[in-house]
Design a protein around this ligand. Structure first.
Ligand SMILES: Cc1ncc(C[n+]2csc(CCOP(=O)(O)OP(=O)(O)O)c2C)c(N)n1
Ligand SMILES: [Mg+2]
Length: 884
């Protein structure tokens, strides 16, 4: 501001400077600081917005004179809001009366009702709006209020409300929190794992810009709103990506933080002020901050505060005090808040204790909230956060208003129900109120007509989740022909195969532009840098500089319509981008296919909660764990070597996980996945582990396409093998080598199978087993495993570069004894060869296991096992990799 401002009176400026200098000289820093702070807050209070400090006074950002006229009928809106409050409370109370322990949050929505109701009536654009639908991340535990509004709007029935938290009830339940998986026509975003909502909302807003800048979507002014708890803001994910939003000038993004100053156990910041702290963080990160602290009842007192004493007092008290005032009432407030300074006490002498107790707060005042929303949605060039002061459990009185007990408080006694009724002027007889009935307005009532008209004008009811996306034509498998043909003598890694595949895919004229490659700063590690030039890296500002490598062919090319989302070292952000792209079919009506490739170790164990949310949101896309495999990634050591992500993947219901050995497997699995996502509208995520070991890739054997997808196919076998080896991913090489040793050194010829997915095999086998269990008299079905392996009840040795439990998943379904080799234990930096020996998964251990298995079967003498140990220098004294 100062640089742009033309000094119209330099002499006056000088006089100000001189007096500051004077004070500094005569009274020191303390006095000077005091004077300046007083000047700044005075100016701010008078409406001057001074941008360069992180905090403004503990007052509303928007002055009363700057508030727009309220566009609604306050009285009707209040009756609607009151009945919505009532039903939201009654849902939880009833649910817990009928089924003790079913849970539910009463007090969150009670604090947030006005935040939502003002927006439902005047702000949120619905699905039929000519400018398109806004996207709303509802605060998870405010769900009862959102259901209650849907009931009052007649979108849900009384039975539905009765079945809150009873997902399995016959008529269909209402899920505890926003779960699109359970209510796919209603909820859009999974928010209740706190911290995920805020960062996903930021990346959703950014992804909308990406779609617009790439010409896939029109800019129509759609917004992303995220409703968040003040306690939730303590999650690192909540504030970790704030600067991305300002850097990307996301004026399509509005956060609304429900500052009731409490979380579950107690105050969010008892000893300071959470609103001021959040203001500092958001302003520091470049956001437009609108504080809505005080309601209209405070306007006059604040305006008349000439001495600044009121502001001084407001600045002095901490959140712990403010919470106490809510609970203790007017006389206490008079004595402890205003009473600290006699002059301040004077200013409230005409107000009764009741008046003092009922002075409303900003987040409960529709006028203040509407002013905040109007400014937020019209703000340009950056994101806005509204920090709204509310009271947790508002209206619950003794039953939990502002108290620390609110979460456990699920039942209201009769008196509490009656006082809730009185507080909101509800029209129930005593007898009726005590039963906590659900209630809504008649269809012909003015209230019903009013809310329906308001929603109609704004484009229809919310929340709503739809899929209006057209199918995307997947090209034939033959576009990957070069990968299906194998590499002959050339040695490459599975990662390189994948990079080739995505290069081919993005060139396809039909589906190419729908592919979204996402990478957190590892593109060069994976050899994906050629894509920089071909596809460009998305940058909303284009490329304002000449890159250092501009002379080179593969330079770092940023572009406004770039296709790659290069997220930097930011897995939480990258997976949030994945979630946005993977749900684009429903949120934007356009199918996109994200391929998020990352260091495998920094996937599941770092962002599994987001992956779980992706499942909940019915996401579709590909996760690629690069540099995977505990022994295949050799030099990087303990914190890098992933030998367990497949366990996590196996436990995630919507994930189909594959550990692949050859380029043709990758092509077939990805092609199949794309068909499911783009043509068959299946809500699936494929997880592929890719490795960096170079070897030759054979051509696709005949007739195994389907088996590759199912999880197991035959590599080679004699008519009647006496033992079976199962290999997976890069360890297939050791299995093949072991087979050669078995043949050449011991005269045994095993059957060799390649397992592309242990988890898919297990799932299918379990489904078959379940069917057989509940259809005891019918002809039993056979699983893929049984069909392929049951002819020979011989021992099986399975080896993967993952912990043994990964390959043991299928043990119950494989005929004959099952021996698993795996990489349990912490990783090490070493050569690949030494690592495989250390983890006891190399060819020699495979041979030893096989020979011993045959000895146990009585097919060989046990002394053979000892011969193996000697021949291959296996050290029986070597400590176990799990214990060292
Ligand atoms: C990641 C995560 N941790 C813990 C919880 C459990 N939990 C549910 S509500 C809640 C308190 C929320 O406080 P706040 O964000 O201030 O919301 P309020 O209810 O006060 O509006 C907690 C800890 C959760 N849902 N998610
Ligand atoms: Mg809170």
């Amino acid at each position: 501001m100062s640089s742009k401002y033309k000094d119209i009176d330099p002499q006056e400026t000088n006089e100000w400077l001189e007096s500051i200098e004077d004070t500094l000289e005569n009274h020191g820093y303390e006095r000077t600081r005091h004077l300046l702070e007083t000047l700044i807050s005075f100016a701010q209070k008078k409406g001057a917005r001074l941008p360069f400090n992180t905090n403004t006074p503990f007052l509303n950002t928007i002055l009363p004179g700057q508030q727009p006229e309220y566009p609604g009928d306050r009285e009707i809106e209040r009756s609607v809001k009151s009945i919505i409050r009532w039903n939201a409370m009654a849902m939880v109370v009833k649910a817990n009366k009928e089924t003790p322990g079913i849970g539910g949050h009463i007090s969150t929505y009670a604090s947030a009702a006005t935040l939502y109701e003002v927006a439902f009536n005047h702000i949120f654009k619905g699905p039929d709006h000519e400018k398109g639908q806004d996207l709303i991340f509802f605060q998870g535990h405010a769900s009862p209020g959102i259901y209650s509004r849907a009931y009052v709007e007649r979108r849900l029935s009384k039975e539905n409300l009765h079945n809150f938290r009873r997902d399995l009830s016959k008529e269909g339940g209402l899920s505890s929190y926003p779960h699109p998986y359970l209510m796919p026509d209603f909820w859009q975003f999974a928010t209740v794992s706190m911290g995920l909502g805020p960062i996903m909302a930021i990346y959703q807003a950014r992804f909308m810009r990406y779609m617009i800048n790439r010409g896939l979507m029109e800019e129509t002014g759609r917004k992303v709103f995220a409703y968040l708890g003040d306690g939730e803001m303590d999650e690192p994910e909540s504030i970790g990506a704030l600067t991305l939003a300002s850097r990307e000038s996301l004026d399509n993004l509005v956060f609304v933080v429900n500052c009731n100053l409490q979380r579950l156990d107690g105050p969010v910041r008892g000893n300071s002020k959470v609103i001021q702290e959040l203001e500092g963080s958001f302003r520091g990160a470049g956001w437009n901050v609108i504080k809505v602290v005080w309601g209209s009842d405070w306007d006059e007192l604040i305006e008349n505060d000439m001495s600044g004493l009121l502001l001084k007092r407001l600045e002095e008290v901490v959140d712990g005090d403010l919470l106490k005032y809510v609970v203790m009432g007017g006389a206490y407030i008079r004595e402890h808040f205003f009473g600290k300074y006699p002059e301040l006490l004077e200013t409230v002498k005409n107000l009764s204790d009741e008046d003092l107790a009922s002075m409303n707060l900003g987040g409960h005042d529709p006028i203040k909230m509407f002013a905040a929303y109007s400014e937020a949605i019209n703000h340009r060039d950056g994101p806005t956060v509204i920090l709204a002061r509310t009271i947790k459990g508002y209206g619950l009185g003794e039953a939990g208003e502002g108290r620390n007990i609110t979460h456990n408080q699920k039942k209201l006694n009769e008196n509490e129900l009656l006082s809730f009724r009185d507080r909101f002027d509800l029209d129930f007889s005593d007898e009726s109120a005590m039963k906590a009935p659900f209630s809504r307005f008649e269809k012909k009532s003015i209230e019903y007509k009013y809310i329906k008209e308001k929603r109609k004008a704004l484009g229809g009811s919310l929340p709503i989740r739809q899929d209006k996306s057209a199918p995307l034509k997947v090209p034939p498998l033959s576009i990957f022909q070069e990968l299906l043909d194998g590499t002959a003598e050339r040695e490459i890694s599975t990662t390189m195969s994948f990079v080739r595949l995505i290069t081919i895919l993005t060139k396809d004229k039909n589906i190419g532009k729908h592919i979204v490659p996402i990478i957190p700063d590892e593109a060069r590690t994976f050899g994906m840098d050629p894509l920089f030039r071909q596809l460009g890296i998305y940058a909303s500002k284009g490329q304002l500089y000449e890159p250092v490598d501009s002379e080179q062919f593969l330079y770092y090319r940023e572009a406004k319509n770039g296709q790659i989302l290069e997220e930097g070292i930011n897995e939480a952000g990258a997976i949030s981008s994945f979630n946005a792209a993977a749900t684009s079919y429903s949120n934007h009506g356009i199918k996109m296919v994200p391929f998020y490739i990352y260091y495998s170790m920094f996937g599941f164990q770092r962002v599994w909660d987001f992956i779980w949310a992706a499942g909940d949101m019915r996401a579709r896309g590909f996760l690629l764990g690069g540099t995977a495999g505990r022994t295949t990634l050799n030099g990087e050591g303990l914190q890098h070597q992933d030998g367990h992500s497949h366990l996590a993947a196996a436990a995630t219901p919507n994930i189909k996980a594959y550990d692949l050995s050859y380029a043709y497997e990758i092509s077939i699995v990805i092609h199949h996945g794309m068909k499911e996502m783009c043509e068959q509208d299946k809500d699936v995520i494929y997880y592929l582990t890719l490795e960096n070991e170079n070897y030759k890739h054979p051509p696709l054997p005949k007739g195994v396409d389907e088996d590759i997808v199912k999880g197991l196919y035959k590599m080679r076998s004699t008519e009647k093998p006496i033992i079976r080896l199962l290999g997976s991913g890069p360890l297939m090489g050791e299995v093949l080598a072991a087979a050669d040793l078995l043949k050449n050194d011991w005269g045994l010829e095993p059957g060799i199978w390649n397992v592309t997915s242990f988890s898919e095999l297990r799932r299918e086998a379990e489904e078959v087993e379940r069917w057989n269990l509940i259809h005891p008299e019918e002809k039993p079905k056979k699983s893929h495993l049984e069909k392929r392996l049951s002819k020979h009840k011989v021992p099986t040795v399975a080896v993967s570069d993952y912990v043994k439990m990964v390959s043991e998943q299928i043990a119950p379904y494989v005929p004959g004894k099952y021996y698993a080799l795996g990489t349990d234990g912490f990783g090490r930096s070493e050569t690949r060869e030494n690592l495989r020996r250390f983890f006891e998964v190399d060819r020699h251990y495979i041979v030893l296991t096989a020979i011993r298995a045959l000895a146990i079967e009585g097919k060989l003498d046990i002394s053979k096992a000892d011969e193996v140990i000697k021949k291959y220098n296996i050290d029986p004294e070597k400590p176990s990799p799990i214990t060292v």
